[in-house]
Write a protein that binds this ligand. Structure first.
Ligand SMILES: NC(=O)c1ccc[n+]([C@@H]2O[C@H](COP(=O)([O-])OP(=O)(O)OC[C@H]3O[C@@H](n4cnc5c(N)ncnc54)[C@H](OP(=O)(O)O)[C@@H]3O)[C@@H](O)[C@H]2O)c1
Length: 252
């Protein structure tokens, strides 16, 4: 089988980087995107190359939908130059940050930031990249356990994640004709830089999460990246339009 090419948005750190490395371990090549951390992105590219796969890092701001045409053109050029190809196979919509603020105190600026990162960004980036995705390709949208259970402070963030879960079904329905399967992966609380590294660095939050998780600890990036890479393997080709939670059994 020929080598597949994946685009992982937000592949410079955290879950995106871990997914990119796990895809590389399974023999895939990767285009990662970064927002502000070029050095981290270059390091991720180096680590993927050390695994024997090809990689490229491109800058992307998912809140700037006007830049998506130019980004798609950069992807096209990279595909031609590095792979002599017109298409890539897997899109993993992962990039983004969170806000932690009560519903009562959420400002329009914070709300719009969440819309633009997690909903508008995913919607129009996927639309712009669609002609470059190979027939038979796959899309994974990264959601959150917070769409199944509610924790105070995540109304704006979780609302957008709920929306991409709905979008996922529509993408699966409309792209099925091209053989493109579209799924959601919903991680529980994972120790990354997300939300200022709170799950990793705030001991109280870390033990709260561990106490609410059947497997007895907070999640680690390695609990997610390998799972996404496996979902994208040929063995899982018939999984479509699904929300798959990887939370160690949080709040069950
Ligand atoms: N960690 C968790 O507990 C958790 C749980 C459920 C779901 N998630 C979801 O998982 C995804 C990844 O989170 P993470 O924990 O890996 O976070 P992270 O460690 O903070 O990494 C965030 C990544 O997104 C990129 N990014 C941030 N803002 C961006 C923007 N405006 N445009 C483009 N890229 C941007 C960052 O790029 P730079 O490095 O260049 O800044 C970085 O690569 C997010 O969608 C998050 O909602 C996380």
């Amino acid at each position: 089988m020929s080598t597949k090419i994946a685009i992982v948005t937000g592949g410079s750190r955290g879950l995106g980087k871990n997914t990119a490395l796990n895809l590389a371990k399974k023999g895939n090549d990767v285009i990662i995107t970064y927002h502000s951390k070029l050095a981290e992105a270059n390091e991720a590219v180096k680590e993927i190359e050390q695994l024997g796969q090809k990689a490229v890092a491109l800058q992307l701001n998912v809140t700037d939908s006007k830049s998506f045409s130019a980004f798609a053109a950069q992807v096209k050029t990279a595909l031609k130059q590095k792979w002599n190809s017109d298409h890539f196979d897997f899109l993993i919509n992962n990039a983004g940050t969170g806000v932690h603020v009560s519903f009562a105190e959420t400002s329009e600026v914070q709300f719009d930031q969440m819309v633009n990162e997690h909903l508008k960004g995913v919607f129009f980036l996927t639309q712009k990249l669609l002609p470059l995705i190979a027939d038979g390709g796959r899309i994974v949208n990264v959601s959150s356990g917070l769409t199944r259970f509610a924790l105070p402070g995540y109304a704006a963030y979780a609302t957008m994640k709920g929306a991409i879960e709905t979008l996922t079904k529509y993408l699966a329905k409309e792209l099925g004709a091209r053989g493109i399967a579209v799924n959601v992966v919903a991680p529980g609380a994972i120790e990354t830089d997300f939300s200022g590294g709170a799950v990793r660095d705030n001991e109280q939050l870390n033990s709260f999460v561990a106490g609410q998780t059947a497997l007895g600890r907070a999640g680690l990036p390695d609990d997610i990246g390998g799972m996404i890479a496996s979902l994208l393997s040929d063995d899982n080709r018939w999984v479509n339009a699904q929300r798959i939670e990887a939370s160690g059994g949080m709040f069950i």
